[in-house]
Each structure stands twice: as C-alpha cells, then as structure tokens.
Design a protein around this ligand. Structure first.
Ligand SMILES: [Fe+2]
Ligand SMILES: [Fe+2]
Length: 252
C-alpha cells in the first residue's frame, strides 16, 4: 500500500505541473529520438503511396463511369456527399458507435470503388442510352457481386486492409433496400451494413440530380424530397434527418 501511494497520480499529479527546466527542448522532440527519422521518412513514403493509390482509384472509377455514360465526376461528388453526411451524423450522434470505429478517410476513399463490378457488364448494356429491358437490368444487377469478387481477388494478394474490407461491403450492398426489395441478396433493415445504407442514399441522390442521356436532372430540393419519401422503404429512416441537414452543403 505504501508503495502505491508513492506512484504518480494519473495524468501526472502536481509534480507534472512543474516546468522541467533541466531537460533541453530537443530531447523532448520526437524527431531527434533514435529511429524517429526513419519513422518520419516511412510516414512520408506512406503518404506518397496513399496519394498514388487515390489517383489510381479515381482514374479507375472515372473510367468505369465513362463506360456507363457518366463522365461527370460522379465518384468525387459521392465522396464529398458522404463526408458531409457522416459529419452531420457525428454532430447529431447518429450511429456514432459504429462510425467511431471506422477510419473515415479510408472509408471515403473505398467508396470510389462502389461500381467497380461494372467492369464485368457488357458495353451494350452499360452504354445504352435508354431504359434497360428486364433481361438487361438483371445483367446490370450483377455488378454488385462482380465488384465483391474483384475486391476479394485483390484481398488475396494484398495484406489485410481496412480499405478493401469497406470497399467490398460497399460494392456488394449499395443497391440493397431497407424493406428488403433490393439486390443482390434482398437483405433488409440493419442486416444491410451501414456502409451500404450510406452509399445507397448518396448514390441515388447524385443520380437524381445528374443529367443522363435519357433523363433531365432534378433540382436538389426535389431530389431531397424524393429521398425523404423513400425513408423506411428504400433508405434507413435513421439517416434521413442527417442527410437532409447535410444536403444544404452539398452544392456550396
Ligand atoms: Fe451500383
Ligand atoms: Fe454510383
């Protein structure tokens, strides 16, 4: 017990408040500690690699969207909308317990690959100007499971990566609907991973507010109304208020 009392208090106690004058400032500088320079160099290299990874991801995802007649920075907008939506959710405390366990930056980057499976869909379907036939739509739906397969293959050759885990979940679940009528698995409610529920909202919102060869763009307020109408049917009702709040910043 005696020895316990001599232990410093959590946070340092009164002794910690005393200025330590005898220690030169550079000894407190982590960059002068052995191995620190190497660590900083590695961190820089890592950051550079991340930049390269991001550029490649953007290029791949924009190429996919091009083949789908969507050549207007869809993936960059999706990333921005998601960031604003998640910021609003954190502010309101919506799913904070889940978001708190995510690396938000990695999640946002992984969202760029949501339609990577379209690589496996025929040009005649992807590039069709008009609405798809039932058969063609059935083919198009496969881009979700193709996406999962593609990312799974990358996972086999890469080290375990949070980025790829998010990417696979998003690719496989972003067309599921809250009421269970979505695809590819028809899962419902909270069985749909939050990644997919988030992507479903922003993906539909961007499709509504974008012009396509076969349709005109809806104004943002009309698109928000349509998303609200889908609350509890297509979209997670717990996300709608955060989405509505965040949408005010989407086009600023
Ligand atoms: Fe999709
Ligand atoms: Fe999309």
């Amino acid at each position: 017990m005696q020895s316990d009392q001599k232990k410093p208090l959590p946070g340092g106690g009164p002794a910690a408040a005393r200025p330590i004058r005898s220690v030169p400032a550079d000894k407190n500088d982590v960059s002068t500690k052995p191995g620190a320079q190497k660590f900083l160099q590695l961190a820089e290299k890592n950051e550079a690699l991340q930049e390269v990874q991001n550029s490649i991801l953007s290029a791949i995802s924009n190429l996919i969207e091009c083949r789908n007649n969507i050549a207007d920075n869809h993936v960059e907008r999706i990333e921005r909308f998601l960031a604003l939506l998640m910021n609003e959710m954190l502010r309101r405390g919506v799913y904070r317990d889940v978001l708190g366990t995510w690396d938000i930056k990695l999640f946002l980057q992984s969202a760029r690959l949501h339609d990577v499976g379209k690589i496996g869909v025929r040009d005649s379907i992807l590039m069709k100007d008009g609405p798809l036939t039932q058969e063609e739509f059935a083919e198009m739906k496969k881009h979700t499971t193709f996406g999962e397969m593609i990312i799974e293959k990358i996972q086999r050759h890469a080290r375990e990566s949070v980025f790829l885990t998010h990417a696979k979940i998003i690719a496989g679940t972003h067309h599921e609907r809250w009421d269970g009528s979505g695809y590819p698995r028809g899962i419902a409610g909270s069985s749909i991973p939050l990644q997919g529920r988030l992507m479903a909202i922003v993906d539909v919102y961007d499709a509504l507010t974008s012009e396509r060869p076969y349709k005109r763009a809806f104004p943002p307020d009309r698109a928000v109304q349509i998303i609200k109408t889908g609350s509890g049917i297509q979209f997670d009702p717990a996300l709608i208020d955060s989405f509505t709040g965040a949408s005010e910043w989407f086009h600023k």
